[in-house]
Design a protein around this ligand. Structure first.
Ligand SMILES: [Zn+2]
Length: 451
């Protein structure tokens, strides 16, 4: 059976459905009646479930948090978990981020890669499984969440109401599968004292801050040295006088906090620049010592790694309230470490005379052996469709739904080595990859049915 031909039949339908989903601004906003995560995420869920109904699947909406579409019968549930919420678009797009735009066979729009495209690919994979009349001795469920980007409270609600799945994947990472996900630790650091009059930058904890502004007293640093520092590091900046003060703005480059080295942190360059220009401030000292330039947690004693990767740390947001500066730190720690170990290291190293850390919140890592039935049957599907027998499953720093439900790993939707600009401007997906994803997911479901 040539699954490609089935995919061909649905190409226009898939583009139509995806473009409806992209047009919904499904970023988290204030709760309203019947929509805990705001109107956008709820509207995206209703649209996604409607599309599933149009394809002939049974659907269930669980309190507008999350919903699912299902085919097949049986005790066991194969789950595919995609999410329909997105992160804010930010500035600098060359197309309208809420309009699916195809240029030279590449789709642009917020969510084409993370994760609305994968939701549509999975939806049509279910449809093709149905078309193929494959006997279904298990239920196959496409679960569509709306709060993945802000704590996955949608999935917690799902597990409370429906329980865990027996086997499955979330198309929200990389092919050919993610057998380990780093643990996550979130914390805030604070200034004990500072001369800074105001500072603000960033809007999301899990994105490298790409814009930071500070207000400090005039003549407290060498403006020549500051300019040289920014120019030497190719940093875009502006300096404006405001009475007795100056307001300095620095632009960086956003990237996902699981791979902070792909970005340029505006806060970091601004504060390191000021320090090198002779600006004296206890908070700037704390920042440069503890947060540092290398995103590796070294200042807190956290520069650890294992066979599968190293710890990363990202400062996403900074702000000042009532004279106290607070910054966020998003730490991704190696898959063989535990939260307890990270806590212990932090407790020993966080406090100094210039600053301190506050409350810590974390999630344990995830780890499945590469030869487990789950990882190996998904790898088989990838290999069958792509003929790529070289690329091996990976571990990653991103936290996906796989951490929130048993028997699940991330599988696709990205191909290894491509930066799809997720969580950044000009997020894209080559249209061919949408068809490939669909084909791979059909094979994956077939394999999981046989486990
Ligand atoms: Zn995602």
């Amino acid at each position: 059976m040539d699954i490609k031909k089935f995919v061909d039949n649905y190409k226009q339908d898939m583009i139509d459905d995806l473009s409806k989903l992209i047009s919904i601004e499904s970023t988290m906003s204030d709760p309203i009646e019947g929509a805990l995560f705001g109107k956008g995420p709820k509207d995206a869920l209703l649209e996604g479930l409607k599309q599933c109904e149009n394809l002939g699947f049974k659907t269930k909406n669980i309190d507008n948090y999350i919903g699912y579409a299902e085919i097949g019968e049986g005790e066991e549930v194969i789950g595919i978990l995609a999410h329909l919420d997105v992160v804010p678009v930010g500035d600098g797009w060359k197309t309208d981020p809420y309009k699916l735009t195809i240029i030279d066979d590449v789709m642009y729009g917020r969510g084409v890669s993370d994760d609305k495209g994968a939701a549509v690919a999975s939806m049509y994979a279910l449809k093709i499984i149905k078309d193929l009349n494959i006997p279904l001795n298990k239920r196959v469920r496409l679960i569509l969440g709306t709060n993945e980007e802000n704590g996955s409270n949608c999935l917690k609600h799902y597990v409370e109401k429906e329980g865990h799945i027996d086997l499955g994947f979330t198309p929200d990472g990389s092919f050919p599968g993610v057998f380990g996900e780093k643990g996550i630790m979130h914390l805030d650091f604070h200034s004990k004292s500072t001369n800074i009059k105001d500072i603000y930058g960033g809007h999301t904890r899990n994105i490298v801050c790409d814009d930071c502004t500070i207000k400090i007293e005039k003549n407290t640093y060498s403006s020549k040295k500051l300019e040289d520092y920014f120019n030497n590091h190719n940093i875009e900046f502006s300096v404006n006088e405001d009475g007795d003060d100056v307001v300095i703005n620095v632009k960086g480059i956003a990237a996902h906090s699981s791979r902070p080295s792909l970005g340029v942190n505006a806060i970091t360059y601004l504060l390191f620049g000021l320090k090198s220009a002779g600006y004296q401030d206890p908070f700037v000292d704390y920042y440069c010592e503890k947060i540092g330039m290398d995103n590796d947690g070294k200042g807190y004693g956290l520069n650890i790694s294992d066979d599968y990767g190293s710890l990363t740390a990202n400062n996403g947001i900074i702000k000042m309230e009532d004279g106290v500066i607070t910054g966020t730190l998003d730490i991704r720690f190696p898959v063989t470490y535990t939260l307890k170990q990270i806590n212990e290291i932090l407790e020993d190293n966080s406090d100094s005379e210039n600053g301190y850390i506050g409350e810590m919140k974390g999630v344990e890592p995830l780890f499945y052996p590469v030869d487990s039935p789950l990882v190996s049957s998904l790898l088989k599907a990838y290999r069958k469709v792509t003929n790529d027998n070289e690329t091996l499953p990976i571990t990653m720093g991103g936290g996906t739904y796989a951490k929130g439900i048993n028997n699940c790993i991330a599988f696709g939707c990205g191909f290894l080595g491509v930066d799809y600009h997720i969580h950044d401007k000009n997020e894209f997906l080559p249209i061919e990859e949408l068809w490939l994803q669909t084909e791979i997911y059909v094979e994956a479901i077939k394999n999981l049915l046989e486990v």
